[in-house]
Design a binder for this molecule. Structure first.
Ligand SMILES: *[C@@H]1O[C@H](CO)[C@@H](O)[C@H](O)[C@H]1NC(C)=O
Ligand SMILES: *[C@@H]1O[C@H](CO)[C@@H](O)[C@H](O)[C@H]1NC(C)=O
Ligand SMILES: *[C@@H]1O[C@H](CO)[C@@H](O)[C@H](O)[C@H]1NC(C)=O
Length: 579
């Protein structure tokens, strides 16, 4: 296809003059626009007018502030409502849109010839999903949909560089997708990588035998400085002697995305080598939105996640969520496809269930600046719903230190600034950084960390961040946003993990290893609370930065360079919370 990208932008307004819109619906104001094509993508020409988009419209959640208030009340260990998590129905009521928003959006859809009653409505009616042609979407959003090709992933998507909404709708609509978010499940970064330089070990039966009486941290074998197995982590984080009891109600969820399958045969091999008492234990795979489960195609990320969540939390039931999208878009085919953004399908699926795992881990992320602010805000708000319902949500902090590559901003100025990761930067998730070695455990150099440019610093961390910034002084001043949400919140081992992939053990690194590790420990803590008839821990950050801090070991050395500079931003405060 010839590149008609520029031409299309000029022609489209003429083409799209079809239904005569009243002034109200043609009075566009820009909702989001890029000033250049996002990195890695190349425009291939206009999208076919009849191509079907799987459109999502997020309406403003009328009582969202009340939801956030409720979230902090039930998550604050000193509040009388601590642990009194909300039901799905209570959350849905708080995130419902105002009736005026519903009416206005329905009128707008009708004006574009769309039957508003056919829209699927979830999250208390705040998210609408409906099939819309490129032609319709272009007129609704004064957008120019084009086909973009990713040079590394070979993926094709249909997106626009800008979109608008009628001025009357701006106070009522949070985000519309697919529009300007170019991230996809394939192009997003998994936060794990193979370490061929670290020779894998056959098994750790000897180490495991030494640890039958783990009286103190001093018994953590020195081999754990190089190769990590469940025995190392259980000794280091002192969970060896804990026997889970609430396995009938407690569970741990791993969110996996397109083409990453957790392999059961590999899990059994892993157990026989590294956690013999767990041989025979499996996990449940839940396929979301057409997600696959090809047991002949084990994924490094998926196997790492499930082998370590289960290696630590056994016999707690583990659930692997394999989230798909519809088949990738092929530009020369007439088949309608959606080109979904990550998380939305998974989040909408999870939030629609009345009973959900108490602990979740996810090991994917992207530079915050590549995620449009309106999209990031709406997705981050969905994580708040999970917390209000009593789930602890862990995200890996990223594997690029304070930023990968040259760290130039994409606002047209090409300024060098540290690049935070999203969703790690969302204040409603618990972000896990990486460490290495034992006695002492130190920060690992790739561990993602920084300050959000989108989300303001939540009060739960303001004292810890203040201490951190005071110590840091003027170092790196101007390269990061001191008023933003700072992360990671905690850290755990992140290198030399022994993972079985296709029957063979390999060494794997990444904060992708740290997040499942931390989630495994949280699942055990949840087990303890549930077995005592208490609520699960729920959203962790308020307790991590207050009464829970005493349970953590302070990581006081190491650094996490990035942005092609040698910086030191990863440092832990005396309040024992790692930032
Ligand atoms: C619609 O978008 C185009 C650019 O794609 C812009 O030139 C035009 O002014 C916009 N129309 C309105 C009414 O805002
Ligand atoms: C490890 O946990 C046990 C309880 O299971 C506790 O008695 C012991 O003090 C803990 N050790 C350390 C070093 O925290
Ligand atoms: C810094 O973060 C705040 C949120 O706390 C945000 O409003 C502001 O735009 C950010 N500044 C920059 C330069 O990104």
């Amino acid at each position: 296809m010839l590149s008609t990208c520029l031409l299309a932008a000029v022609l489209l307004p003429f083409v799209s003059a079809k239904p005569l819109l009243t002034k109200r619906w043609s009075d566009y104001e820009v909702k989001h626009a890029w000033n250049s094509v996002p990195k890695g993508w190349k425009c291939q020409g206009s999208a076919p007018a009849d191509h079907l988009l799987d459109m999502r419209i997020a309406l403003k959640q009328d009582k969202f502030d009340d939801l956030v208030t409720a979230l902090y009340e039930v998550s604050d260990p000193t509040h009388e409502k601590y642990g009194q998590h909300l039901t799905k129905e209570q959350v849905d009521a708080l995130v419902a849109p105002h009736p005026t928003s519903v009416d206005l959006v329905d009128e707008w859809l009708t004006a574009h010839g769309i039957d508003a009653s056919t829209a699927e409505r979830t999250n208390g009616g705040s998210w609408l999903r409906l099939p819309v042609t490129v032609d319709q979407a272009s007129r609704m959003l004064n957008a120019t949909y084009e086909i973009y090709h990713h040079e590394n992933t070979e993926e094709y998507i249909v997106r626009t560089l800008s979109y608008s909404l009628p001025a009357a709708l701006h106070p009522h609509v949070g985000v519309v997708t697919p529009t300007t978010y170019f991230g996809t499940m394939r192009s997003m970064r998994k936060t794990s990588f193979l370490q061929p330089e670290i020779k894998p070990i056959d098994n750790d039966h000897e180490i495991a035998a030494q640890l039958t009486d783990p009286a103190s941290l001093a018994t953590v074998p020195s081999s754990c400085s190089t190769t990590i197995t469940p025995a190392c982590l259980r000794a280091l984080y002192n969970t060896t002697s804990y026997v889970p009891k609430a396995t009938d109600v407690n569970s741990l969820g791993v969110a996996g995305y397109l083409d990453e399958f957790a392999n059961n045969a590999d899990l059994q091999t892993f157990f026989s080598r590294f956690r013999m008492d767990a041989v025979g234990a499996t996990f449940q795979t839940v396929q979301v939105n057409g997600g696959g489960n090809d047991q002949s195609d084990p994924g490094v990320e998926a196997n790492l996640d499930i082998q370590y969540t289960e290696g630590i939390s056994f016999p707690t039931p583990n659930v692997y969520f394999s989230t798909g999208g519809s088949p990738p878009f092929v530009p020369d085919s007439q088949t309608p496809t959606n080109t979904n953004e990550p998380y939305l399908d998974w989040l909408n699926f999870i939030l629609a269930q009345s009973s959900i795992p108490q602990t979740f881990t996810t090991s994917y992320g992207d530079d915050e600046q590549t995620v449009p602010f309106d999209f990031a805000t709406q997705v981050c708000n969905l994580f708040a719903q999970l917390g209000a319902r009593g789930s602890s949500i862990m995200f890996s902090s990223g594997d690029d230190g304070v930023g990968g590559g040259s760290c130039t901003t994409n606002d047209g100025t090409n300024t060098v600034r540290f690049q935070p990761n999203f969703p790690a930067s969302c204040p409603f998730v618990t972000t896990v950084g990486g460490t290495v070695r034992v006695n002492p455990e130190v920060a690992v150099s790739f561990s993602g960390g920084g300050f959000s440019n989108y989300f303001a610093q939540p009060s739960y961390q303001s004292a810890a961040v203040k201490t951190f910034l005071t110590r840091l002084g003027t170092t790196n001043a101007g390269l990061f946003n001191t008023t933003g949400r700072a992360y990671p919140d905690v850290a755990a081992q992140g290198q030399g993990f022994q993972v079985v992939i296709g029957g063979r053990t390999s060494s794997v690194a990444g904060t992708s290893a740290s997040s499942p590790t931390f989630a495994g420990v949280i699942a055990l803590l949840n087990d303890f609370r549930l077995s005592q008839g208490k609520s699960p821990l729920g959203f962790l950050n308020p307790i991590l930065y207050s009464t829970g801090a005493a349970g953590f070991n302070d990581i006081t050395s190491g650094s996490n360079p990035g942005c092609q500079t040698n910086v030191r931003l990863f440092y832990c405060s005396p309040s024992q919370v790692c930032l």
